[in-house]
Design a protein around this ligand. Structure first.
Ligand SMILES: [Zn+2]
Ligand SMILES: [Zn+2]
Length: 245
């Protein structure tokens, strides 16, 4: 899902064989969600030699919408067995898992979120969106929630969520585990773990900040977190931004 910058490199690091991938999903037409998608498709199709796998993307991704996209080439769409345009309200099966497609409120108006109904309950991937009660309520019943929290505290940037929004989201859904993803440079610098803890303290629900190469096992009775490879630095002084006025 949403193979953005570094996806391929991360897969190499954990020895993940792309030929075992059966489907690629891209939620919207922003490069942090699609930049490695063509490379992943190359792997899935044995470099284009074997026509296989499925691709799911929104209209902006596959056909283009206004000034956005398309972001996948005809060639890469053509080497897959199935290509499907997805939109809010769709119910489909992705690799045998029933998937509900949800609305988002984002600068790519085609963007969508996902609820995956597994035999061990529902996990949801909420793609980029501004907060509203209506957006959050779509995910009722979620056991593990992957929530894009781009900025800390109440430092809202348009069409994205900050920690204050995350608190409201988690309060409404009350998942067994919430994982902050899509962490922006400011929240990383200001301690994403502390922002997750604040959300946990004010909601009473377990909340963590996601890390690269983290694996979440969703079992029948428990959810376990595993770090596949020792932490890479989340923040490095070399990435410091110029001082603000
Ligand atoms: Zn986006
Ligand atoms: Zn994004």
């Amino acid at each position: 899902m949403d193979p953005g910058p570094g996806a391929l490199t991360n897969m190499c690091q954990i020895g993940y064989d792309l030929r075992k991938t059966d489907a690629v999903v891209v939620s919207h037409c922003h490069p942090d969600h699609y930049s490695d998608a063509a490379s992943v498709i190359e792997g899935m199709t044995y470099g284009g030699w074997v026509k296989r796998g499925s691709f799911y993307g929104t209209k902006s991704v596959i056909e283009g919408h206004g000034k956005l996209g398309p972001c996948m080439s005809q060639y890469h769409l053509g080497i897959e067995e199935n290509v499907s345009v997805i939109a809010p309200g769709d119910e489909l099966e992705i690799c045998g898992v029933r998937t509900s497609i949800k609305r988002a409120d984002h600068s790519d108006p085609c963007n969508v979120g996902f609820m995956f109904h597994t035999e061990n309950g529902i996990f949801s991937y909420v793609s980029d969106t501004a907060y509203s009660d209506d957006i959050a309520d779509q995910y009722t019943g979620t056991r593990v929630l992957f929530l894009p929290v781009t900025t800390p505290d109440d430092k809202r940037i348009k069409y994205h969520m900050c920690t204050e929004d995350a608190v409201r989201f988690v309060e409404r859904i009350r998942p067994e585990l919430t994982v902050f993803i899509h962490l922006g440079i400011v929240i990383l610098k200001h301690d994403a773990d502390a922002q997750a803890r604040m959300t946990q303290d004010s909601t009473g629900c377990k909340v963590i900040a996601g890390r690269d190469l983290m694996r979440i096992h969703i079992g029948k009775d428990s959810v376990n977190i595993e770090q596949l490879i020792a932490d890479k630095p989340e923040w490095n002084d070399a990435w410091n931004l110029p001082e603000e006025e």
